[in-house]
Design a protein around this ligand. Structure first.
Ligand SMILES: Nc1ncnc2c1ncn2[C@@H]1O[C@H](COP(=O)(O)OP(=O)(O)OP(=O)(O)O)[C@@H](O)[C@H]1O
Ligand SMILES: O=C(CO)[C@H](O)[C@H](O)COP(=O)(O)O
Length: 416
């Protein structure tokens, strides 16, 4: 039976503090319904429950990035590492943002927008503004799923700009919460087993947006520029600071191999990996902890202009916040950085690079190369974005397997 907390709505917009806590309501199903103000249920019953089952094995991954920065592409690479294709919930809302595979469920945090498109316009706030998002509900539902309890999650419909009736989400083995704010609210952040931030520099973001929104969606150059400018203050205030909490950051910058490059096609990509994260040991090149610069072009790797350059070494990241007197937080600002500048001519030759990397959490020789070849048509497959996304996917699989093994071990120890 689940232990449930009953919340009562005081109006359609506010939710009270719990009126009944830790009440055993006699549920025999691990299921919880959150009645949102748009839900038909909420008009009948102004209450919702939060229940905990306590024996869950769901691990929670947070993926933060601005819109159009490659989250969907990363998710497709991650799901593929677990061996299945991700699909929207069967028979559900055709505009659902959720993707489900055998192992993973990816929920999009846009579904926690508390203001719809018209509401945001009326109040003069962007979707990046915390006031346009319901963090209480996000926290309750992510916590419930982590505890093995299904939830009725709202849906933000990107086609209509409205909040649609909720969809039922069952607790998966791996829950990925992707969107603008997975690490913004400290309660949600504390639920994450691993977190990633896709840090796309303004120049590159602009080039990608032009490519997608102009070529594929028919937007004008002026409207794309205006939309980027309008979002920038809130992006700087609420989205970008989350990278300080990420366990891994994939930073995408213009190349330094071409002087004054303004085409934005060749990229310099940095994989910043936090040290001291449980179940995560950073990837390294040649020799762990050394500082290395490597140009692999030559006999075993075909490179055309401007070539390829790797850098690897220890660094610091957001270390200003480290309390120098504390042993525990001393690792906080320490990171390992693996950098790739340039692009591959022949993806099958990636095996040469892969064989010089260690701690990559592959299950067989050449698995990174195999994954990259499998998705050669995904954006970024010829450069560090695709390579590092694939490697982070493998690290997440490894993290999941380690957490699972530790839970099974603990369970067996408690039975003995
Ligand atoms: N690694 C990459 N290299 C080049 N272009 C890329 C890369 N990743 C993404 N893009 C470009 O950005 C666009 C958006 O990518 P994607 O859909 O993965 O981002 P998203 O963050 O999920 O976007 P949204 O939040 O708007 O749905 C792609 O269509 C592509 O044009
Ligand atoms: O930043 C975003 C995250 O994807 C969107 O702009 C936000 O969700 C609002 O969506 P829409 O523009 O479809 O109303």
């Amino acid at each position: 039976m689940a232990i449930c907390t009953v919340y009562t709505t005081q109006s359609l917009n506010t939710i009270s503090t719990p009126t009944t806590t830790k009440t055993n309501l006699g549920f025999n199903q691990k299921q919880v319904f959150f009645f949102t103000k748009k839900s038909s249920l909420s008009t009948r019953r102004n209450s919702y429950f939060s229940c905990s089952a306590g024996d869950s094995k769901t691990i929670v991954i947070g993926l933060a990035a601005d819109s159009g920065c490659g989250k969907s592409t990363f998710m497709r690479r991650l799901t593929s590492v677990f061996g299945g294709a991700a699909e929207p919930p069967r028979g559900g809302n055709p505009d659902s943002n959720t993707l489900i595979s055998d192992t993973t469920t990816v929920i999009c945090l846009d579904d926690y927008h508390s203001l719809d498109r018209t509401g945001r316009k009326e109040k003069g706030v962007t979707a990046l503004d915390p006031r346009a998002n319901d963090f209480d509900l996000m926290y309750e539902q992510v916590k419930a799923l982590k505890n093995g309890i299904a939830v009725e999650k709202p849906i933000y419909n990107h086609v209509s700009g409205l909040l649609d009736p909720p969809e039922l989400i069952q607790p998966p083995k791996i829950l990925v919460i992707e969107g603008l704010h997975p690490m913004y609210d400290s309660r949600v952040r504390d639920l994450l087993d691993f977190s990633i931030y896709l840090d796309i520099s303004n120049e590159v973001k602009f080039a990608w947006k032009i490519q997608r929104d102009m070529a594929e969606r028919g937007h004008s150059l002026e409207s794309i520029k205006a939309s980027i400018e309008a979002r920038k203050p809130d992006f700087d205030a609420y989205i970008d600071p989350q990278k300080q909490y990420a366990d891994a950051v994939i930073e995408v910058l213009p190349t330094t191999l071409i002087p004054d490059d303004n085409e934005g096609k060749v990229l310099r990509v940095r994989l910043i990996m936090k040290e001291g994260v449980k179940y995560f040991s950073p990837v390294y090149l040649f020799d762990e902890g050394s500082t290395i610069s490597w140009i692999p072009c030559g006999r075993k790797l075909t490179c055309s202009y401007p070539g390829i350059k790797f850098n690897y070494g220890p660094d610091s990241y957001f270390d200003n916040e480290v309390d120098p007197g504390s042993q525990i937080v001393a690792l906080q600002g320490r990171v390992s950085v693996l950098e790739m500048d340039g692009q591959f001519d022949r993806l099958d030759e990636l095996i040469y690079v892969e064989s010089h990397l260690s701690n990559i959490s592959t299950k067989f020789y050449g698995e990174v190369t195999q994954q990259m070849l499998k998705h050669a048509d995904f954006p970024g497959s010829n450069n560090g974005t695709g390579l590092f996304q694939t490697m982070v996917g493998l690290k997440i699989r490894d993290l999941y397997e380690q957490i699972l093994a530790s839970k099974v071990g603990a369970l067996e120890a408690s039975k003995a």
